[in-house]
Structures are given as C-alpha cells and as structure tokens.
Design a protein around this ligand. Structure first.
Ligand SMILES: [Zn+2]
Length: 67
C-alpha cells in the first residue's frame, strides 16, 4: 500500500482499517482475503487498491457496475 492511499484512508476515517488491510483482511467484513477468491483481475486490482474482498466488492460495487 502506498503512502498516498494510506493518507487517503486516514482522511476518510479508515486509519484503523489500514492495519487490517496490511494483514490481508478485508476492511469491511474483516475476513481474511485469499487472492484466489477474485473472479478476475479487475477485482484483484480493486483489492490492491481498497483491500475489499470479493464478497464486499460485490456488495459495494455490484449494484452500479455490470460485469
Ligand atoms: Zn469483505
């Protein structure tokens, strides 16, 4: 995770979650994230950006993105 992303998360009030992400846990559901669970590289890239697991990405983004 780069510095810019870290600062952004802190500004958004996710500072505590940053530590969780670095432990490969989803900041939303706190489940451990396995890279094998992602359906394609689009989700993988989002995980690298936000740390969200596949299930939470479905919940957060599914309604507005047609895959
Ligand atoms: Zn999750």
């Amino acid at each position: 995770m780069n510095i810019e992303k870290r600062n952004l998360l802190r500004e958004l009030g996710f500072w505590q979650e940053v530590a969780i992400v670095e432990d490969c846990r989803c900041p939303s559901c706190a489940e451990r994230v396995d890279e094998d669970e992602f359906r394609n590289e689009v989700f993988m890239r989002e995980f690298e950006s936000s740390g969200l697991c596949q299930g939470c990405q479905d919940t957060v983004f599914g309604y507005k993105v047609a895959w």
